[in-house]
Design a protein around this ligand. Sequence first.
Ligand SMILES: CC(C)(COP(=O)(O)OP(=O)(O)OC[C@H]1O[C@@H](n2cnc3c(N)ncnc32)[C@H](O)[C@@H]1OP(=O)(O)O)[C@@H](O)C(=O)NCCC(=O)NCCS
Length: 276
Amino acid sequence: MTNAPVWVELNAASLESMRCCGISNPAHPGRLRKIGWLKQHFKKGLRAKILLAPDGRQCGYIEYLPGEYAWRGVDAAGYLFIHCIWTHFRKYQGLGLAKEVVEACVKEARENGMKGVAVVARDGPWLAGPELFLACGFEVAETAPPDYRLLVRKFNASAANPKFVGGWDEKLKKYDGGLTIIHSAQCPYAEKFTAEIAETAEQEFGVKPRIVELKSHRDAQKAPTPYAVFSIIRDGRLLADHQISRTRFRNLMREKSKSRQSRPRRLERTIRRSPR
Ligand SMILES: CC(C)(COP(=O)(O)OP(=O)(O)OC[C@H]1O[C@@H](n2cnc3c(N)ncnc32)[C@H](O)[C@@H]1OP(=O)(O)O)[C@@H](O)C(=O)NCCC(=O)NCCS
């Protein structure tokens, strides 16, 4: 293919001048934090590549690292773990560019004597769907509600599969009593969403949320959701397991409040109907 986009490896020097997940503003707080986060993780074996279009625009991204350091709710030690992958602009999709970079990742894992490659996929937003990985020979190792799939491409059938860490409900209960927003620098957009949700919660619902920043891969692997790096929890229940808009947040808060208000009414009816 002529004039095709190419995958370019990022390093500590080059990433300062590149778009970061589509963000070019050098003063963008999430971008600055993500750059710091990437620099730290290069030392742990992380690799990041951007897909550069012939006109210099970023039209894709992949980030992967040794599974021990995965910022997801997984135990994927020994596997190379893909955090995120995306391609952008319709004209560059469906050309096999994502497949090419996933295959390169598989080759790298094989050459480094790893057990294989693992990834968390879902049908919902903020993670790629499973189709790309299935097309690259991955298999589903485990699922987690509501739509998460942990996929793996193993080099040795007898190797132990990567696992979700699980125990989600127990972990959620630790965030009982109020509103909590969990975020991390792994996603450069998480900070902006956190600030917006916190502001909306305070100004429109009179609730000051507790903000928890995941500071290490260990924190992320103990988070109460498989995606790990962003969630909103209300009274120990999951309100959202990915970044959401202010409007979605408002609607969820109102839905939850309505369902709470309707509970005593139902109870009242039950009491009224009960025989004396
Ligand atoms: C998934 C994604 C990376 C695929 O990129 P792409 O460059 O179009 O993929 P490719 O052209 O390399 O396709 C690879 C294979 O996956 C399959 N595939 C990818 N997405 C598919 C889908 N949604 N449904 C069915 N098949 C799909 C293709 O059919 C192809 O298989 P084939 O070679 O057997 O025909 C792209 O659609 C995307 O970026 N989606 C959003 C991902 C996302 O949200 N990431 C998190 C961002 S924070």
